[in-house]
Design a protein around this ligand. Structure first.
Ligand SMILES: C=C(O[C@@H]1C=C(C(=O)O)C=C[C@H]1O)C(=O)O
Ligand SMILES: [Mg+2]
Length: 459
């Protein structure tokens, strides 16, 4: 077991300029199960997270909060998080695999005042984990982070080391535990009529020239026989949705989780990447039918319209923040288990003064989840949707202290609160949208999380 140790560094954090010491230690460990590591941290329930990138080359698990950055401000929230993170990490020694990671998300819309399952959730919520597991290209590292105002912390740190060793031991299992799916006792589509009507109304507004595209979403409400545990759900999310970002973020009694195919932004050593994912059709029953559906999607005016707005906006944002911006002229197909989308990757070289959190600030919400023009679309979403999106359709992901990081758009997602779950899905409404087909599109988009939760929609 290779062991690396950093001396404690003293950094000043927060607006009060309290002197805090930031202790960290990282060790490389033999292969272990990320899910078993998450489950072993039961003691930290409410303060855990799980993340895996689309390519499955980077897995991140956090147990316990060494430090959190939270705020409830509006447009300044991105800069505030960036500022506090910079303060916290400015004096630490940085190496790729051996540095603290900040994981969390920004809610979809701080101006939405609708009450519900998200009422207690901060509009920015990020954490540095007490125990952080990183699996990168088959190498696993476990870090302890301890941030304190106390002068003498040697004893506490020793206790954390013991705890870490237990967690690692529990996660180095030969066979990962399998979990049953929860037993669902009720399935509801709240405000279904209002949703169908809103699609008509939004389409009418678009025809009247009030906006060009608006993404309207709705939720499913599920009830289970008993409380559902986070590892139980994550085990099914992991196994059933291999082609996506997988994420789970606990906050008090809630687990927000999902499997999203959509990258908002990734920054790696000065290169920035985004993806335009908009326009949808179901998968075929046979490979011939699947190809036909894909071809139909690539040539469908309505879906090309939905897609085009996203490409235009992301390209424009990249041109303001990057050089060498590359965007293919035609979308490709992105095929995932239940659905196929139109997909256009965008990339560039980040300008010297640009950062990943700035890109998140400018990109969110893209017209894939908000609309065009942005402000008008956001107002219509606030007016028509009978829910608060919380982290659904919002940026979720991580940054390190070097400015690398990745954010997914948290779609195909759900919030689990005790014995209840809320699933979210929507679609891009344009001039020629119809309520019934949009409704059906949301049913397809609910499928992955519904399946993970033990339900199905007549598949
Ligand atoms: C809004 C969602 O997805 C977005 C809307 C899409 C569409 O309308 O075609 C496709 C992908 C996403 O950009 C969702 O999954 O809830
Ligand atoms: Mg659509």
């Amino acid at each position: 077991m290779q062991q690396k140790w950093y001396n404690a560094t003293e950094v000043e954090v927060g607006s009060l300029n309290v002197k805090r010491r930031f202790y960290m230690e990282t060790i490389e460990v033999n292969r272990l199960s990320a899910l078993a590591f998450f489950a072993a941290g039961e003691k930290y329930k409410g303060e855990r997270y799980f993340w895996q990138n689309r390519e499955k080359t980077f897995t991140l698990v956090g147990l316990g909060h060494a430090y959190t950055i939270e705020n409830n401000t509006g447009h300044t929230r991105y800069d505030e998080v960036a500022q506090e993170w910079k303060q916290l990490t400015k004096n630490i020694v940085k190496e790729e695999d051996l540095q603290p990671i900040l994981f969390g998300g920004f809610t979809f819309d701080p101006q939405n005042k609708t009450l519900g399952e998200w009422s207690a959730f901060p509009h920015s919520f990020f954490a540095v984990a007490t125990f952080q597991l990183v699996i990168r290209h088959d190498k696993a590292f476990v870090s302890i982070h301890y941030i304190t105002e106390k002068e003498n912390s040697a004893q506490i740190f020793d206790q954390l080391r013991q705890e870490r060793d237990h967690l690692i031991h529990a996660a180095q299992v030969k066979e990962v535990k399998t979990y049953e799916k929860p037993v669902m006792t009720s399935y509801q589509e709240p405000y279904k009529e209002e949703y169908l009507q809103s699609i008509q109304q939004v389409t009418d507004c678009i025809k009247a020239g009030e906006a060009q595209k608006v993404v309207i979403a709705r939720s499913l409400a599920l009830q289970f026989e008993e409380k559902v545990a986070s590892p139980q759900i994550l085990s099914h999310v992991i196994h059933e949705q291999p082609e996506s970002y997988l994420f789970g973020l606990e906050h008090d009694d809630m687990l927000f989780f999902g499997a999203s195919p959509e990258r908002l932004v990734k920054v790696e050593e000065g290169h920035a990447f985004s993806s335009c994912v908009a326009g949808s059709i179901r998968r075929g029953q046979t490979s011939d039918e699947d190809k036909e559906l894909g071809q139909a999607l690539l040539n469908d005016e309505k879906n090309l319209g939905e897609h085009h707005y996203v490409v235009e906006m992301i390209t424009e944002t990249f041109k303001k923040n990057c050089s060498n911006v590359k965007v293919p002229k035609q979308p490709k197909l992105l095929k995932i288990r239940d659905i196929q989308h139109l997909y256009t990757p965008v990339e560039g070289i980040l300008n010297k003064d640009a950062t990943i959190l700035q890109l998140v600030k400018h990109l969110h919400p893209t017209p894939a989840l908000g609309g065009v023009p942005r402000q008008e679309a956001m107002e219509m979403i606030r007016a028509f949707e009978q829910m608060n999106r919380g982290l659904y359709a919002a940026p979720i992901g991580w940054v390190d202290a070097d400015g690398n990081g990745e954010f997914a758009v948290a779609i195909r997602s759900a919030a689990l609160v005790g014995d209840r779950a809320f699933l979210y899905a929507g679609g891009g409404i344009v001039e020629d949208s119809t309520p019934q087909s949009e409704y059906e599109e949301t049913l397809v988009k609910f499928r992955p999380m519904l399946r993970a939760l033990g339900g199905n929609l007549g598949e």
